[in-house]
Design a protein around this ligand. Structure first.
Ligand code: ADP
Length: 348
């Protein structure tokens, strides 16, 4: 292989990094990968022990795709869920902010399960936790681990926990955790997914015993499918329900006010909430989006060209826009179907 006489960038540090990783030649590393590894080096310029035997491209993938540098969700962005917020504050945020106080009998669990119908704010809670506790947020969908990373999921899981341990305090959010840690019969299970599951449990065990400030949050709308090992490790469990009528009203008001489009009366809001019984937060967001297209569609029906349409000439969004949007065929209320099975599991 041709070896260029001058190193492209990174100097000695790059060389040291590459020599630590699977014996790869420095020039074999892409610039972006080297930069990413350099950022994970300790003050001594050395790559932390946990990352040394991992594949650089996986470390880079975790740092760039799974790690969310700015989750950008605050508690105040989440409608309702007062009970869940209060529990999370005590169980998770205070311990992350004051690890010195939360020791011994106050020591927190390292695993939290958020379960409930889809689109009710579980991911939002995960992001808000990271934001409030000034922690690094890692988001991974377990189904992508089993479908997209076939054969490599195990290595990616090691890279994920490895990078998280260098970025403490950290929150690892695993969406659809049931698809990773389900109790489905092992006969039908692929060898690779069994290995993936074992690796995941080993990693969880690892930080559970140590002093690491890592919190694992699993989210699912099928908690009944989780196996015993997973349930044992996710010691805290919180039900995240469908939004109440007040919470639905809050979502509508908040989304429209953000865009300066809120002109509905209290009566309108009450009517909209009555029509949206059983809707999730995500359904409400989609409904607001649909309804907000009402004035635009009407203007176009009147023959005004989109390029000539002036914002100030558009009428306000009305209750009727919501009513029309609700008549459209849609995926709304998809969440409602899961409520019974989830609640049955919670009772047991
Ligand atoms: P889940 O993780 O439970 O499936 P998400 O947290 O991903 O649901 O929510 C999807 C979207 O729905 C959010 O980005 C947000 O816009 C909206 N949403 C859901 N629940 C709420 C809530 N309680 N308050 C405000 N917005 C919500």
């Amino acid at each position: 292989n041709f070896v260029p006489p001058i190193r492209s960038s990174g100097g000695n540090t790059g060389n040291m990094i590459s020599s630590r990783i699977s014996g790869k030649c420095d020039d074999a590393l892409e610039d972006s990968t080297r930069k990413c590894l350099e950022m994970l080096c300790g003050p001594d310029g050395e790559l932390p022990e946990k990352l040394r035997n991992l594949e650089p491209r996986l470390i880079e993938h975790v740092s760039n795709e799974i790690m969310d540098k700015d989750p950008n969700v605050r508690w105040d962005d989440i409608a309702g869920l007062e009970h869940a917020k209060k529990c999370v504050m005590e169980m998770v945020i205070w311990p992350l902010l004051r690890p010195d106080i939360f020791r011994g009998c106050r020591s927190p669990g390292r695993g939290l399960l958020l379960f409930g119908p889809p689109g009710t704010g579980k991911t939002m809670i995960g992001k808000a936790i990271a934001g409030e506790a000034k922690a690094t947020f890692f988001y991974i969908s377990a189904s992508s681990l089993t479908s997209k990373w076939i054969g490599e999921g195990e290595k990616l899981v090691r890279a994920l926990f490895g990078v998280a341990s260098c970025r403490q305090p950290a929150v690892i959010f695993v969406d659809e955790i049931d698809s990773l840690l389900s109790q489905r019969k092992s006969e039908g299970e692929h060898e690779s997914s069994r290995r993936l599951k074992t690796q995941f449990l080993i990693e969880m065990e690892g930080f559970d015993c140590g002093n690491d400030q890592i919190l694992l949050i699993g989210a699912t709308n099928r908690p009944q499918e989780l196996d015993e090992a997973a349930r044992r490790r996710l010691t805290k469990r919180l039900y995240i329900p469908l939004p109440s009528s007040e919470a639905r009203a809050w979502i509508v008001r908040n989304l429209l006010e953000k865009d300066g489009l809120f002109k509905l009366s209290e009566e309108d809001i009450i009517a909209i909430c009555k029509l949206t019984e059983g809707y999730s937060g995500s359904d409400m967001k989609n409904l607001v989006k649909d309804a907000s297209m009402g004035p635009l569609r009407e203007a176009l029906r009147q023959g005004i060209e989109i390029t000539k349409l002036r914002k100030e000439d558009m009428r306000a969004i009305t209750r009727q826009d919501f009513e029309y949007a609700l008549q459209e065929p849609s995926d709304y209320q998809h969440a409602l179907g899961t409520v019974t099975s989830v609640l049955q599991w919670a009772k047991c």
